[in-house]
Each structure stands twice: as structure tokens, then as C-alpha cells.
Design a protein around this ligand. Structure first.
Ligand SMILES: Nc1ncnc2c1ncn2[C@@H]1O[C@H](COP(=O)(O)OP(=O)(O)O)[C@@H](O)[C@H]1O
Ligand SMILES: O=P(O)(O)OC[C@H](O)CO
Length: 492
């Protein structure tokens, strides 16, 4: 009997790990999700336990298959999307990480980056990025210098480095396969996006042994098979690994040059497909690889915002303002405005377009009349203001006006946020019925690698289009207040 086949996406995000099962009609059949632990050992440091990330991955895979009553033999391929830049180094023989994973948001490498400041121009030319603790290179250097004996072990060829995709493929393959794809490699600060290879000059400059690095592959191809011990003796092809933001660009159907998406997850990431051209930003954005299909490379222009949805998590977990983030939409609508409150969520400094790694978050404009609903509304509005900062830079760099912005990610469920965003940006904001577009992107790329899908099979349905309603003058006045708040926050 011919059994129905599915594609499984694993989305390893900063806040949570999900497994999402898709059918051939690009519909979600089931989801399993687990929130992981983030460690904050010192101010500005953010770490994860890579072993926990792996345990949660195994758990969600088993959970989703059981929930949907799907056997491993019915999974045509696995695709992985992952939080990018987060760096793990582990021992080749034991498979044990030598230290926690240093998360992309983490700032323990600020001093390393200070000492690398003079390389910024070279780095930008070769990688499309900038010297910043955000990217993997300074994290690798820090791990090699701070974990006793690590540098020597790396030089002996005993250690392996990976971003989360590489770690998961290595674990899924039973320790056989050490690879990454171009979209993830392009976030390390070590990959030359013109020549498409690890850059020897950068490796030498940053004193990083090439032996640590994974082989770089296309975004959609069968890299390896899963270890049969993992899934009832079956081996499943792993057909895609892709950075989660590039996966969302793909999952949003942004296949054509000039199309833009904004994901509101832990951070906020706006990406524009720039086709086969590298657009060099003069306004604080990054040039990055979107994906490689066959021999063809596609690029993107990116505005990376370090803290977006995680402000809502902070208000929940650290201030205990509410139990479920869902309530924030109602609270924001309960008040007419923020009563003059601004929330600049510079918890780990500010990313694009400011790139200030020392400023700290501020809530300003408080009066005795301000209450928790004003603060929650200011936090939601900050996500929209940050998107406008980046969108304005993107229009300037690309010369392309943006009339329609596609949104996804956990916080895109919030209607208040999306209406405010549309009012502020003066453009359509479109949300699709499937909010798991990162997973769809990874699944579809994996499905293409095994001929389960071809590009013409790609379908997504619009859920709601938000159009500007509030007067422009009012929005301009709000935004001017935001810009003042950001300037204050960046003053030493
Ligand atoms: N209804 C909501 N309103 C605002 N923020 C939300 C809402 N639901 C979830 N979030 C925020 O979105 C983030 C989770 O988004 P998600 O896309 O799952 O993140 P990631 O992929 O980084 O793990 C959390 O930081 C959470 O606080
Ligand atoms: O965890 P997310 O979804 O906010 O994504 C993290 C980014 O990939 C970091 O560059």
C-alpha cells in the first residue's frame, strides 16, 4: 500500500524548537513545540545548552509524528531552519560541547570586536557584514581563548565548530556529517560572499583554524541521512539547512527581486531579495546570501534588529506583568496611546541601522498616570518603530519603494502591532494563514531536494492585509518621539 508522504521541518529558534509536518498542499498537518532555556550569566551575555537544543529537537520530532500518527517511513525529507550565528564548539570524538552555545544576541565578545575594529572595511567588502559580536567569528575566538586547552585541541583537529544547523545535522546523522549551507556560512564573518568560500585571509587575521569549519553546501540538496537508531530503524534524507530568516524569505514566497518580509520573532529581521546582485549598504544594513539552488546564488539585503518579540517575553518573565503574551494585544487596544511612554529595547545594544553595542534599554516619558498597559503598548510600538528605521534604510539603499510588507514570526499574531506597523510605514502589511513560514521555507527547500515538490507547487494563502488608517501627521509625531528616545538612549 502506498502511504501518504510528508515533509518535516525542524525550526530551531532562539526561544523555542519546533517540528512542523507539511503535506503536499503546503498545509500544516501538525506542530510540536518546546521552549528552551536561555542563560544570562552576566549582563549582556546570552547562552544556551546545545545538548538541550538537541534533546528538544528529538522530543519535538517524536511528538509531532505521534500526534499526527505518521510513521518515519512517511517522511520524504527533513529540512532545518535555525537561529543563525549562534556558535557551538564540540569534541569530535565524544560529541560533547566544550562550553555553552554563545547565542547571536550575546555580548561577551565586545572587547574582541573592539580589538578587530580596524578590519571592519575588509570584513564588509568580503562578507557583506561588519565587525560585531553578533556574528560567529568573535564567538569562536572567545571560545578558543576562554575554554582551557581549546585552542590546542582545535589546532590538533579534535574539535568541530558549527552554527545550530551544523550541530543538528551532525547529531541527526549520528556524528557522521559536518556541513552547513551558504546562508548560514554567510553569517559567520568568515565566508567570502563573492568568492563563495571560507576566506583564508579572514581566518588568518582572526586566528581561527580552518579544521574547525564545516563543509559549505547548497541550501537544497540531500546532505546525509538520519541515523537509523533515531527513528525506528528508518533513515530519512536531510534535504535543506537554511538560516531561519532566509527560510522565512523563501516561505513568504519572496522569490522575486525587490520582495520584502519582516519576521517578528525573538529578534526582528527585515530581508529584501536582491536576486543575483549584492547590494552594498551605505545605511547600516547587511548584504547576505539568501540561498543557493543548484549552482545559482541569490542574495538579500538585511536589517537585523536584536530584540523584538523578546521584549514581550521580558515583560512576562522578568517583570511578571502577564502569564500569556496573547493578552498584550488587548491591553494595547485598551489605552488610546502610550501616554508619552517610549520603550527602546536596547537590552543587548542596538543592531541595524545604529550598531551600538554598549547602550542599554530604556523606558522613558513615565508620569504618575502611566500604567502597565501604556508600557506594554510602548513595547509593541517599539517593534514597529525599529522596523521603520530599517525599512527607510532599505528603500534608500535599494532605491525600491516598498508597497507591501509580508510579516510572520510569533509576534505577527498580534493585530495591534500589525495595524500600528501599517499606519507607521504607510504600506500594506500582509499576513498569511500559515504563520510558520520559516518552517515552510525549510520544508519546501528540503522537498525540492527529493523531488517531492517543484517550485510551481508552492502555495500560501493570505490571511489579512492591514492598510494605513491613522493620520500620517500623528504617526510622524510619534516617530519623531521615538527618534528622540533612541538618541537619548545612545548617549554615553
Ligand atoms: N501575541 C503576541 N504578541 C506579541 N509578541 C508575541 C506574541 N506571541 C509571541 N510573541 C513573542 O514572539 C517571540 C516568539 O516568536 P518566535 O517566532 O516563536 O521566535 P523564535 O523563532 O525566535 O523562537 C517571543 O519572544 C514572544 O514574546
Ligand atoms: O530566533 P529568531 O527567529 O529570532 O532568529 C534569530 C536570527 O536568526 C538571528 O540572526
Amino acid at each position: 500500500m502506498n502511504q501518504k508522504q510528508y515533509v518535516l521541518a525542524i525550526d530551531s529558534g532562539t526561544t523555542s524548537t519546533r517540528a512542523v509536518l507539511f503535506d503536499h498542499g503546503c498545509q500544516i498537518v501538525g506542530i510540536a513545540q518546546q521552549e528552551g532555556t536561555l542563560f544570562y550569566p552576566y549582563p549582556g551575555w546570552v547562552e544556551q545548552d546545545a545538548e538541550e537544543v538537541w534533546d528538544l529537537t528529538v522530543k519535538v520530532i517524536h511528538e509531532v509524528l505521534a500526534k499526527c500518527d505518521v510513521k518515519p517511513s512517511q517522511v520524504a525529507a527533513i529540512g532545518i531552519s535555525n537561529q543563525r550565528e549562534t556558535s557551538v564548539i564540540w569534541d569530535k570524538k565524544t560529541g560533547k560541547p566544550i562550553y555553552h552555545a554563545l547565542v547571536w544576541q550575546s555580548k561577551q565578545t565586545t572587547d574582541v570586536c573592539r580589538s578587530w575594529a580596524s578590519y571592519n572595511d575588509m570584513v564588509h567588502k568580503k562578507t557583506g557584514l561588519r565587525v560585531d559580536p553578533y556574528f560567529s567569528a568573535s564567538k569562536i575566538s572567545w571560545l578558543l581563548d576562554h575554554v582551557e586547552g581549546a585552542r590546542q585541541r582545535a589546532e590538533n583537529g579534535d574539535l568541530l565548530f558549527g552554527t545550530i544547523d551544523t550541530w543538528l545535522v551532525w547529531k541527526l546523522s549520528g556524528g557522521k556529517t559536518h556541513i552547513t549551507d551558504v546562508s548560514n556560512a554567510s553569517r559567520t564573518l568568515l565566508y567570502n560572499i563573492h568568492a563563495c568560500q571560507w576566506d583564508d585571509e579572514l581566518l588568518k587575521t582572526f586566528n581561527i583554524p580552518a579544521m574547525l569549519l564545516p563543509e559549505v553546501k547548497a541550501t537544497s540538496e540531500v546532505y546525509t541521512m538520519t541515523d537509523p537508531d533515531l527513528l525506528d530503524g528508518r533513515s530519512i534524507p536531510i534535504g535543506a539547512v537554511v538560516g531561519d530568516q532566509q527560510a522565512a524569505l523563501f516561505g513568504q514566497g519572496c522569490f522575486v527581486e525587490g520582495m520584502v518580509k519582516n519576521t517578528f520573532g525573538t529578534g526582528g529581521f527585515m530581508l529584501m531579495n536582491t536576486g543575483q546582485d549584492i547590494v552594498d549598504s551605505k545605511s547600516g544594513l547587511l548584504s547576505t546570501i539568501a540561498w543557493k539552488l543548484g549552482d545559482r546564488l541569490y542574495y538579500a539585503l538585511e536589517g537585523s534588529i536584536f530584540v523584538s518579540g523578546s521584549t514581550m517575553k521580558w515583560l512576562r518573565d522578568q517583570l511578571g506583568l502577564y502569564e500569556s503574551t496573547k493578552i498584550t494585544e488587548q491591553w494595547a487596544n485598551d489605552v488610546e496611546d502610550t501616554a508619552g511612554v517610549y520603550f527602546v529595547p536596547a537590552f543587548v545594544g542596538l543592531g541595524a541601522p545604529y550598531w551600538n553595542d554598549t547602550c542599554k534599554a530604556e523606558i522613558s516619558g513615565l508620569t504618575l498616570g502611566a500604567n502597565k498597559k501604556h508600557i506594554v503598548r510602548a513595547a509593541l510600538e517599539s517593534m514597529a518603530y525599529q522596523s521603520k528605521d530599517v525599512l527607510d534604510a532599505m528603500v534608500k539603499d535599494s532605491g525600491i519603494p516598498i508597497k507591501n510588507l509580508k510579516v510572520d514570526g510569533g509576534a505577527s499574531a498580534n493585530n495591534f502591532l500589525l495595524q500600528f506597523l501599517s499606519d507607521l510605514l504607510r504600506c500594506e502589511v500582509e499576513r498569511y494563514k500559515i504563520q510558520e513560514l520559516t518552517s515552510l521555507g525549510a520544508a519546501f527547500l528540503a522537498g525540492m531536494a527529493v523531488d517531492y515538490w517543484h517550485i510551481e507547487d508552492f502555495i500560501i494563502e493570505s490571511d489579512r492585509v492591514f492598510v494605513p488608517k491613522a493620520p500620517q501627521e500623528q504617526m510622524d509625531a510619534y516617530y519623531a518621539g521615538w527618534q528622540r528616545a533612541v538618541r537619548r538612549c545612545m548617549q554615553e
